[in-house]
Write a protein that binds this ligand. Structure first.
Ligand code: NAD
Ligand code: IPM
Ligand code: MN
Length: 391
C-alpha cells in the first residue's frame, strides 16, 4: 500500500520492494521518496506467571530491536490478575484477540498460589481450544553440539519438527468421577479423537514437510505418525486410517509409523532419522519435553499454536518454573526464538532470520544463561541479543 498518490508521469523503480520506495519522475528528473503506510502487525503480549514475564520482556526487547513493523499491546491475564479480581479471561477476550490482533505472544501459566491451575486451563488451554489453534508446531533444532547431552551429535543431526494435535484428545478433559473418596472410587478420562481433527493436523504435517526445508537446505522427506494403537485401539485405529489416507495424497513423502514408547528410545538413540513427527495432544506434550532435552533443555524450545489464516499464538515450550522465578536466571532464548517464529509466521522473514542468527551466535559464544553453559542473567542474555539485532 502506498502512502501517497504517485505524481503524474512517475513509475515505481525496480529492485528491492522494501520501503522506502523510490519513484523516478520526468521531466524534470527528480527522485521522490515515498514512505508507504504498511500496516503494522498487531501483537498481543500475555506474559503470564513465574518466569513468563521475565523471558517475554527479553523477547519483546529483541523484537523492538529488530525494527519489525509491529505494535505490541500487553495484557495482564495471569495468576496475579486471577487472585486480584477472579478474572482469568475477560468477557469476549478470545473474540477480541481474534478481531484486533494478528498474533499472540504468550509466556507461561502456573502458580503455586492457584493449586487448581484454573487460570492456566482457562487462558492457555482455553486459547488453544476456543481459538481452534489445532496445530501445535514445535521445532526441535540443535544450535550447537555443546548443548546436546548425546555423544557425537552435530547440529545437522537434530532438525525435526513435532506437530502436536492441539484441540482434542485427553486434553478435552471430558470424564467424571464416581463414588469419590470411597474405596470404590472411579475416575474416567475420555480421549476424544474426531476424523476432522485428526485429518487436519495430519494434513498440516504433510504440508509442513513439503514446504519447509531443513536448516542446511536439505528437503524434508518423511512424516512419522506416532500413537499407541497397539493398546488404545479405537483412537489409534482412527489415526492409522486417516494417516494412510492423507499420506496417499503425498506420494513424494515417506509415511512412517512408530509406537510412542519406541519413538522415545529412537529420539535418544538416533534423532537423525526424523523430519516431521505428527501425534496426538498428550503424546505431543510428552515427546516435546524429551525433544527439548536434545536441544539444550526447556529454556531453548520454541512453539507456535497455529490455525492457518487465523490469529495464531506463540509460546516457549517451558512452563512458569516457580523455583527460579524472579531470580534473573531463566533462559530467555526459547522465548526469543518463539518471537522469531511468530515474526516469520507474520511474513517478517528478514527480521526473524536476523534474530535466529544472533541467537545462534550467542550460543556459540556462550553469551547465555547458566543452564546452557554461560554466565549471564536473563536480562543480560536478552540484551546481548537485542544489541546485536539492533546493530
Ligand atoms: P517447567 O517448564 O516450568 O520447569 C521444568 C524444569 O525446567 C525446571 O527445572 C525449570 O527450572 C526448568 N526450566 C524451565 N524453563 C526454563 C528456562 N527458561 N530457563 C531455565 N530453566 C528452565 O515445568 P514444571 O516445573 O513441570 O511446571 C511448573 C509450572 O508451569 C506448573 O504450574 C505447570 O503446569 C506450568 N507449565 C506451564 C506451561 C505453559 O504455560 N505453556 C508449560 C509447562 C508447564
Ligand atoms: C505445554 C504445557 C501445557 C500442556 C500444560 C501447562 C497444560 O505442558 O504447553 O507443553 O500440557 O499442553
Ligand atoms: Mn508440556
Amino acid at each position: 500500500m502506498l502512502g501517497g498518490r504517485l505524481p503524474p508521469d512517475c513509475r515505481e523503480t525496480d529492485g528491492d520492494a522494501r520501503p522506502p520506495f523510490s519513484f523516478l519522475c520526468s521531466p524534470p528528473t527528480e527522485l521522490i521518496i515515498f514512505h508507504p503506510v504498511s500496516p503494522k502487525k498487531r501483537i498481543a503480549i500475555i506474559p503470564g506467571d513465574g518466569i513468563g514475564p521475565e523471558v517475554i520482556a527479553e523477547a519483546v526487547k529483541v523484537v523492538q530491536a529488530s525494527r519489525a513493523g509491529v505494535e505490541m499491546t500487553h495484557f495482564d491475564w495471569s495468576a496475579n490478575r486471577y487472585l486480584a479480581d477472579g478474572v482469568t479471561v475477560p468477557p469476549d477476550g478470545f473474540a477480541m484477540l481474534e478481531r484486533d490482533f494478528d498474533a499472540i505472544l504468550l509466556g507461561a501459566f502456573g502458580d503455586p498460589r492457584v493449586p487448581s491451575n484454573i487460570h492456566a486451563k482457562e487462558i492457555l488451554l482455553g486459547m488453544r481450544f476456543r481459538m481452534d489453534l489445532y496445530a501445535n508446531v514445535r521445532p526441535v533444532r540443535l544450535l550447537d553440539a555443546s548443548l546436546c547431552p548425546l555423544k557425537g551429535v552435530e547440529p545437522r543431526d537434530i532438525d525435526f519438527v513435532v506437530v502436536r494435535e492441539n484441540t482434542e484428545g485427553v486434553y478435552v478433559d471430558a470424564g467424571g468421577v464416581f463414588k469419590t473418596g470411597t474405596p470404590d472410587e472411579v475416575a474416567v478420562q475420555e480421549d476424544i479423537n474426531t476424523r476432522k481433527g485428526v485429518e487436519r493436523v495430519v494434513r498440516y504435517a504433510f504440508e509442513y514437510c513439503e514446504r519447509h526445508k531443513k536448516h542446511d537446505g536439505a528437503p524434508r522427506q518423511r512424516v512419522l505418525m506416532c500413537d499407541k494403537s497397539n493398546a488404545m485401539t479405537y483412537a489409534g485405529g482412527l489415526w492409522q486410517r486417516v494417516f494412510k489416507e492423507v499420506g496417499r495424497e503425498y506420494p513424494q513423502i515417506t509415511s512412517q509409523h512408530m509406537y510412542v514408547d519406541a519413538l522415545c528410545t529412537q529420539m535418544v538413540r538416533d534423532p537423525r532419522q526424523f523430519d516431521v513427527i505428527v501425534t496426538n495432544n498428550m503424546f505431543g506434550d510428552i515427546i516435546t519435553d524429551l525433544a527439548a532435552g536434545l536441544q539444550g533443555g526447556l529454556g531453548m524450545a520454541a512453539s507456535g499454536n497455529i490455525h492457518p489464516g487465523k490469529t495464531s499464538m506463540f509460546e516457549p515450550v517451558h512452563g512458569s518454573a516457580p523455583p527460579i522465578a524472579g531470580k534473573n536466571i531463566a533462559n530467555p532464548l526459547g522465548a526469543i526464538l518463539t518471537s522469531a517464529m511468530m515474526l516469520a509466521h507474520l511474513g517478517l522473514t528478514r527480521e526473524a532470520e536476523e534474530i535466529e542468527a544472533v541467537v545462534l551466535e550467542a550460543v556459540r559464544q556462550k553469551k547465555t544463561t547458566q543452564d546452557i553453559g554461560g554466565s549471564l542473567g536473563t536480562r543480560e542474555a536478552g540484551e546481548w541479543v537485542a544489541k546485536r539485532v539492533a546493530g
